[in-house]
Design a protein around this ligand. Structure first.
Ligand code: MN
Length: 237
């Protein structure tokens, strides 16, 4: 499927066929660029809520503690969707390698369209993709307004999640290109958390489990999980 470079108008149709055409960032139109910065119009335009289990945006809730979520997403290419609650939506980034606990590992994070707050609780199977997720809360450092920091292109925050904690920075390096960087604090590690803790915080499932439970493609989903054969083989010795 040559859907990653599909013209803008075909996005909704190709999404229903299973492609997440906002990934990759190629050939993005000026119109689309403008909508990336705010609002849920693009999110809604791309989806037919009668056909996808993903949540439709509803009324905004004003939470006292802001939430964040990381959703592992086995789509055309495996990636991790990182979303921060800012105002009434969740600005979102697709992180191909996932967050790293190692401050020396700056992870590319491509900004995608804002998602609704309801998305933070979503875990399941969408056409051609399995989502596993985990939520937590965050606070900006020095109580800075995150919407202002987002516009300026540098967000500094502390995460209070089950897997991700401590200080982090998101810094913009290009039109949609950001880097996600762990701060140097007691939560920094050199272990690869995507390999050591691959299960959903919400349901303890691997991607293959989610696919099995919810009618997805188990074999394909499993390619996004750490290789079980290697683990089993080394355990036998
Ligand atoms: Mn995604």
């Amino acid at each position: 499927m040559a859907t990653q470079s599909a013209p803008n108008g075909e996005c909704a149709a190709s999404f229903r066929k299973g492609a997440l055409c906002f990934l990759g960032g190629e050939r993005i139109s000026a119109t689309k660029k403008r909508t990336l910065r705010g609002g849920l119009a693009e999110y809604k335009r791309k989806r037919d809520f009668a056909r996808t289990p993903e949540p439709a945006p509803r009324r905004a809730s004003s939470a006292t503690r802001r939430s964040f979520v990381v959703q592992k997403h086995r789509a055309t290419a495996l990636h991790y969707d990182f979303r921060l609650e800012i105002g009434d939506a969740m600005p979102s980034w697709a992180v191909p390698k996932g967050p790293s606990l190692d401050p020396s590992q700056k992870r590319l994070a491509m900004q995608v369209e804002d998602h609704p707050l309801e998305y933070a609780g979503f875990e399941g199977v969408i056409p051609e993709g399995e989502y596993g997720g985990g939520t937590g809360t965050y606070e900006t450092i020095d109580d800075v307004d995150p919407a202002v920091a987002l516009r300026k292109g540098e967000l500094r925050f502390t995460l209070d999640g089950r897997k991700l904690k401590g200080r982090w920075t998101l810094v913009r390096t290009g039109p949609r290109k950001w880097l996600l960087i762990k701060g140097r604090d007691t939560y920094a590690r050199t272990t690869d958390i995507t390999l050591t803790r691959p299960r959903s915080v919400r349901t303890k499932r691997l991607l293959a489990d989610i696919a099995r439970d919810e009618g997805g493609n188990v074999d394909k989903a499993a390619t996004g999980d750490p290789a079980p054969r290697k683990v089993a083989a080394s355990a036998k010795r």
